[in-house]
Ligand binder design. Sequence first.
Ligand code: SAM
Length: 347
Amino acid sequence: MRTANGWRNWGSELSRLDWAGLNKHVWATTMKAPPEGFSSEHQPVLLHEVLDFLMCRPGGIFVDATLGLGGHAEAILQKIQPGGRLIGVDRDKESLERVRDRLLPYAHSVLYFHENFKNLPLILNNLDLPPLDGILADLGVSSYQLLSPERGFSFQGSGMLDMRMDRSQTQTAAGLVNQLPEEQLADLIHRYGEERYARRIAKAIVRARSQGRISQCAELARIIESAVPARGPRSIHPATRTFQALRIAVNEELEGLEEFLADVLPFVKPGGRVAVISFHSLEDRIVKRTFRKAAGLCVCNRSPELCTCPREARVTIITPRPATPRAAELKDNPRARSARLRVAERI
Ligand SMILES: C[S@@+](CC[C@H](N)C(=O)[O-])C[C@H]1O[C@@H](n2cnc3c(N)ncnc32)[C@H](O)[C@@H]1O
């Protein structure tokens, strides 16, 4: 059904969205109590910057590829009314259930997809949409996930070693920790955690698991702590990097990011923008490199005679240096300290 302005009336057509393989909308309404320490006043990171860079205006069509707790999505929806539309994606079904409740006032303007954002082209190809005004991806895990002990993301939590964003997948952190050969485990911790003590940590894990399966976050954190030299007064917890590495591996976080960034560009209209918030250097490097490549710039760092980088510019880079949180935001939300926002505009 189309409305007078030619738009699909999504509110009444949701039940029709039943394409093969894509019917992963979330309808469940059962809500669990929020985890301890979780504030419903959670502030989305770099919110003002995101809204400014994405130039959200009434009638705009946007994708939030990482809905999370819906903070950015809600602010975008406020800006794009009347007539705006949001396609919301998250690979975490529980988050989608939660966010659907928060965004209820905008139910007729939002479509939800339980999907990995690397499959966004598949979703968009099946929607009858004009080119997008913008796409946001706010990478990593939400504070809700981090603070839910049963999700097993935090070394401070009492939960099992899980770390799956999408709980329908089979690989868990416990699986990797208990099954990978020592050398592969060390490589993983080194590559995805940039952990200088990766070999020592892998050795300690293999020694510990020979006594019995390692299944809890706190247990792994203790093994790591005992394997590395005592930390200085202000350094991060010794398990931080290993937990990051396991999370990235379990969720194959880096593999899909480059693919996603390159593949979504054709869905954005000229002048439309893609904004990505990353939280560690591995992600930020991929975003920077992919945007540079799409801007027709060299990414191989070879001399001009040897460079084979495609020099076709499909975007303009809007943030030659990433935007970072201002002091006021950091004061309210210290977790935002490592956030980096990069934005590219489709030519
Ligand atoms: C940092 S949170 C987003 C917070 C959100 N912007 C807000 O304001 O509440 C990241 C979210 O992205 C989801 N996510 C991470 N990688 C994803 C991927 N490849 N595909 C889909 N969702 C992903 C996570 O499950 C998590 O809910």
